[in-house]
Design a protein around this ligand. Structure first.
Ligand SMILES: Cc1ncc(COP(=O)(O)O)c(C=O)c1O
Length: 438
C-alpha cells in the first residue's frame, strides 16, 4: 500500500530541495494560519503554540488591533526611509518606548529591523560614546547572527567556519547558579563570581580599554538562566568604577514575557543602553536600541541607520502591540501564566530525578534535564525526543541551552487557561515517555 504524503511532509520535501540546509529546522510544524496561541497547519491540524515564533508573539498570533493598524498604514505609505522623509509612526513609537523603558531622566531611541542589528548598533554607540573598543560578553550568551552579534554569541555551533570574528571581544563566565553552585549558597556563589569579574581586570582585559559589557539579564538561547540579583548589582558597580557602559539585551526577555516591559525592571538595576525586538512588533521586523540620551547622542551623524530602519508598517504594528499589551494588562497575565506553568512543572520535577531544574521569571520558564540528578551532567538526548513527541501530539515547543538539554516555554501570553492546561498535559505525557525510554 502506498502511504499518502501529508501536505506538511510535501512542504518539507519542497523545502529540502530549495532552501539552504544551514537554515535550521527547530520543529517540524507547518502553518496555514495562526490566531492567539493556536497554529493551524497546512493539513488543517490544530497545534498549541509554546514556541511563539521564538518569543515573538507574546501578544498572540495576529492580534486584531495590530492587524488593523498594519492594514490602515498599508493604505497610506509603505516606505520613504526615515533618513529621507520623516514620518510620525517612528517618532510616536520612540516616545512610547522612552516612556515605558526610561533610562534615567532623558531617554533616546533608535529603531532598526532585527535583534542582531539592535545589538550591532548598541555596540557601535557604546564605542563612540566611550571612545574605547573592547567589549565584555558572557558564556551562554546569544546576541544574533551578524558578525559582531555572532562574535558576542557564545555557542560554537552557531559559528562554525564563520571567522575571523570581530576583534576586541572578551568573554566572562556567566554566573549560572544552578549549574555551578556546587555546595555554595547564593551569597557565597555571587561573592566568588564577582571576584572572578574583578580578576578579569588583571587576567582578561584592561578595563580602561573596555567600552561596554553586554548581558542578557535572563539568558534566552542559553537556557533561561537568570543572572543573580547581587551579581547584576555588582556588575553595575564594576561598570561604574571603570567608566564602562552596561548594555542589557532584552530581545527575548522583553515585552511582557517576564511580567515587565524588560526583565531589568525586576532587578531595579538600570542599563545605560538596552536592546529590544521580537514581541515588540508581534511578528513584524522591528527592533530598538534604547539608552541614556547623552550616550545615544554620542553616535556621529550618519554612523547609525539604514534604508529600512523603523519601517512605517512595523512602527504602527509595534505601537498597536504596546497599546494592546497595556489594554489587556499582558504583564499581569504573564505572572499568572508563569505561576501555572511553574506549579505543574515543579510538581513533575519532584517525581523525576532526570528533571534537574525548573526555573523562570514570569512566563519565561524552562525545564532542564540532567543525568544522575547532577547539574553538571546535562542530558542532551531527551529534549529532541520530547520536541518530536509533542509535535506529533499537537504541541509546538523548542529546546534551549548550551547542551540543548532544556525546554523553554514561550507561549503567547493570551493563551487561554484551557489551551495552557492542554499544552502542559501533552508536555507532561511526552516528558514521562522520554524519561522511560532513556
Ligand atoms: C537575547 C537575544 N539577542 C539577540 C537576538 C537576535 O535577534 P534576531 O534573531 O532578531 O536578529 C536574539 C534572538 O533569538 C536573542 O534571543
Amino acid at each position: 500500500m502506498i502511504k499518502e504524503v501529508t501536505k506538511s511532509q510535501d512542504l518539507f520535501n519542497r523545502r529540502k530541495k530549495v532552501v539552504a540546509n544551514g537554515v535550521g529546522v527547530f520543529n517540524t510544524a507547518t502553518v496555514m494560519e495562526a490566531k492567539g496561541a493556536i497554529i493551524i497547519d497546512v493539513d488543517g491540524r490544530e497545534l498549541i503554540d509554546f514556541a511563539g515564533g521564538i518569543g515573538v508573539v507574546n501578544a498572540g498570533h495576529c492580534p486584531e488591533p495590530v492587524v488593523e493598524a498594519i492594514r490602515e498604514q498599508a493604505g497610506k505609505y509603505l516606505h520613504t526611509s526615515f533618513n529621507v522623509v520623516t514620518y510620525e509612526p517612528y517618532i510616536q513609537l520612540c516616545e512610547e518606548l522612552a516612556e515605558i523603558l526610561p533610562h534615567g531622566d532623558n531617554t533616546k531611541v533608535m529603531l532598526v529591523s532585527t535583534g542582531a542589528e539592535a545589538v550591532e548598533n548598541a555596540i557601535k554607540i557604546a564605542r563612540q560614546a566611550t571612545k574605547k573598543s573592547a567589549i565584555l560578553c558572557f558564556t551562554g550568551a546569544y546576541h544574533g547572527r551578524t558578525m559582531m552579534a555572532m562574535t558576542l554569541t557564545s555557542k560554537v555551533s552557531y559559528k562554525y567556519d564563520c571567522g575571523p570574528f570581530s576583534p576586541e571581544v572578551y568573554r566572562l563566565p556567566f554566573p549560572n547558579f544552578y549549574r555551578y553552585r556546587g555546595t555554595r549558597d547564593m551569597d557565597k556563589f555571587v561573592e566568588d563570581e564577582l571576584k572572578r569579574l574583578y580578576e578579569s581586570a588583571l587576567n582578561l582585559v584592561d578595563p580602561k580599554s573596555v567600552a561596554a559589557v553586554i548581558i542578557e539579564p535572563i539568558q534566552g538561547e542559553g537556557g533561561f538562566n537568570p543572572v543573580p540579583q547581587k551579581y547584576l548589582e555588582g556588575l553595575r558597580g564594576f561598570c561604574d568604577e571603570h567608566g564602562i557602559l552596561l548594555i542589557m539585551d532584552e530581545i527575548q526577555s522583553g515585552f511582557c514575557r517576564t511580567g515587565h516591559w524588560a526583565s531589568w525592571q525586576h532587578y531595579g538595576v538600570q542599563p545605560d543602553i538596552s536592546t529590544y525586538a521580537k514581541s515588540m512588533g508581534s511578528g513584524l521586523p522591528i527592533a530598538a536600541v534604547v539608552g541614556r540620551a547623552d550616550i545615544m547622542d554620542a553616535a556621529a551623524i550618519g554612523s547609525i541607520g539604514g534604508t529600512y530602519i523603523g519601517s512605517p508598517i512595523c512602527c504602527v504594528a509595534a505601537s498597536a502591540t504596546i497599546k494592546y499589551m497595556k489594554d489587556i494588562n499582558l504583564n499581569e497575565k504573564a505572572i499568572k501564566i508563569g505561576n501555572v506553568i511553574m506549579d505543574r512543572l515543579q510538581h513533575l520535577m519532584k517525581q523525576h530525578s532526570e528533571i534537574g531544574d525548573v526555573r523562570g521569571v514570569g512566563a519565561m520558564v524552562a525545564i532542564e534535564f540532567v543525568k544522575n540528578g547532577d547539574p553538571r551532567q546535562p542530558n542532551s538526548e531527551i529534549c529532541p525526543q520530547i520536541v518530536k513527541g509533542c509535535a506529533e501530539d499537537g504541541l509546538v515547543i523548542l529546546s534551549a541551552g548550551t547542551y540543548k538539554n532544556a525546554l523553554r516555554i514561550l507561549s503567547p501570553l493570551v493563551i487561554t487557561e484551557e489551551q495552557l492546561e492542554k499544552g502542559l498535559s501533552i508536555l507532561e505525557v511526552q516528558i514521562k515517555k522520554a524519561i522511560k525510554n532513556i
